[in-house]
Design a protein around this ligand. Sequence first.
Ligand code: NDP
Ligand code: A1CAB
Length: 273
Amino acid sequence: MKNDSIITFIGGGNMASSLIGGLLDTGMASKQIRVADVHSQPLATRFPVQCYTDNLAAITDANIVVLAVKPQVIPEVAKSIAIAMPSPLPLFISIAAGIRLIDLSRWLGDQVPIVRVMPNTPALVRSGASALFAGQYVSSKQRELAENILRAVGLTLWLEDETQMDAVTALSGSGPAYFFLIMEVLERAGVKLGLPQECARLLTLQTAVGAAKMALESQEDAATLRARVTSKGGTTEQAINCLQAGGLQSLFDQALAAAQQRAINLANQFGEQ
Ligand SMILES: NC(=O)C1=CN([C@@H]2O[C@H](COP(=O)(O)OP(=O)(O)OC[C@H]3O[C@@H](n4cnc5c(N)ncnc54)[C@H](OP(=O)(O)O)[C@@H]3O)[C@@H](O)[C@H]2O)C=CC1
Ligand SMILES: O=C(O)[C@@H]1CCC=N1
């Protein structure tokens, strides 16, 4: 992104804060970032960016507009922008779960360039994962622009089919919450075995970081790395047997299917407005 380009976030909540924190960490100038939210104060105190309570004022001169409000609010926000669409048209990036390009185009206007992105909150520490899908009016330069922004805060992947976005939402969009839950559960289990809280917390976190780093850097798959920890007749085997007997795979299959279905339902419910 050029250093005089402006990126405006509509909605300054959890996901926008993570993206903004990550982008500022890359060295992007705070004057390039604007945020419009019904509540301007929390973000203004956290980041030195320009905050607005008027969405339309915030998108004047913007090169990129990130729609970062809840899916339920997207129709109203998009329609209100459409009646005062800036010229030249900015590139729109929607991060809303479920909401489809066809509906975004209907609300924002035909021929408006829109990229759908499903990011995740580790963008804050530039370790995010984002899947992208471009609408038909997005130029190759705009694709590059969207990718560059998201790549600055983590991994980016282009999807071949928009319907895959709901599976991505279930896997990596919501995914940090699953890992945080596993951290909570492990820490608590360690405390129940007699470890001091802080000791259980630190061992849990470092083990999570270590396992993820090792899996990322290794040529081998997770099952092979797991087998190396699992000595025959040893301790890990007992724990893994317990987890598998408890139906861990089936539980995650159900969890991800439920999240995916929720994204589909949100699109069906709010896409008709
Ligand atoms: N959180 C996450 O991990 C991820 C979220 N997303 C997507 O990002 C989007 C935002 O999610 P998240 O950040 O969690 O949500 P938040 O509720 O934290 O943030 C949305 C913000 O927008 C404000 N808002 C509501 N209406 C308007 C409006 N008309 N104009 C401007 N601002 C408004 C909200 O205020 P108020 O609270 O009063 O409603 C809130 O401050 C969602 O569409 C979600 O699907 C995608 C990937 C991951
Ligand atoms: O829970 C949600 O709906 C959003 C989308 C993915 C992560 N958070």
